[in-house]
Design a binder for this molecule. Sequence first.
Ligand code: TYM
Length: 330
Amino acid sequence: MERVLSGIKPTGKLTLGNYIGALKNFKNYQDNYETFIFIADLHALTMPIDPEELRQNSIDIVAFYLAAGLDPEKTTIFLQSDVPAHSELNTIIQNYHYMGELSRMTQFKDKSRKMNNSAIGLGIFAYPVLMSADILLYNSDYVPVGEDQTQHVELTRDFVHRFNERYKTNVFKMPKAITPKVGARIMSLSDPTKKMSKSDPKGDIFLKDDLKVIRKKIMSAVTDLDTNIYYDPENKPGISNLLTIYAALSEISIEEAEATFKDLHRYGDFKKAVADKVIEVLEPFQQRYNEIIKSNVINGILNDGAKKASLVANKTLLEVKKIVGLYVHE
Ligand code: TYM
């Protein structure tokens, strides 16, 4: 059976961008693929974070996975740091990743630009190597992600070519990123030329935001002076972003969303329709999240997930060790 793997990093609060670009799509795989979905907690340490916040964020992500329809009977849900093979494979394969290619990664450039040069941790630079390890340990065929992560999957693919060629092996499977047709890049509501990210409280919709706050944020989203509603990301980035959010959450195409609003010439009415749609989706999602947090299921799910994931990951790790010459005795 083909395999699917993805993960979310527990830094900050999850956004509607995370939901549309990644989270809501994960459940679509669990019936037809062997699916591994994890919490990328080691990745969260690449930026300064309070330990208690990190722990809480990780628990939240498990609850979000379940609230988004992941079934732990079908999907292996686990915490990255519970499976030491991730760190170990990372240590091995970092030697086959190049400084040049890592320094060209957009995420690294963005994050390091915002920080003082001497205080940039090595982890943020080496981040995509760990991500390669995550993907390759499970022989993943498909990696569902938002657009901003495709560059990292491309890097993994380059590495797979290089490694398999060098050792004349096919130990690493060639993974492929899958991005959603609609909503692979949700933009900030306060500046629709920027990606919606976990660190932008004004332009973000957080999954745990109060529903009234969500409505307010959408009603005050930055748009333009025109009154027509159509998709043109270059000239109408705000309206195009709202159309994308509406289409993604309604599971329809952008064209269908445009057709829904073609006779509407008041942005206020349009924003209200978008806000209604977001609330229609997030209200039951938040209810499920609250029930899951109150129940005591998370520990058990993570324990089982760690066991199942370790079996697969350790097998790949052992093969790699043999290939590179690290395996000397039984
Ligand atoms: P992270 O935690 O930044 O984001 C989680 C997922 O959400 C997507 N996403 C978006 N999609 C659409 N619009 C947006 N504005 C938006 N913002 C975020 C991301 O593309 C991602 O799919 N490095 C990863 C975590 C990771 C991972 C992996 C993913 C670690 N190892 C292996 C897949 C496979 C990350 O930081 O995602």
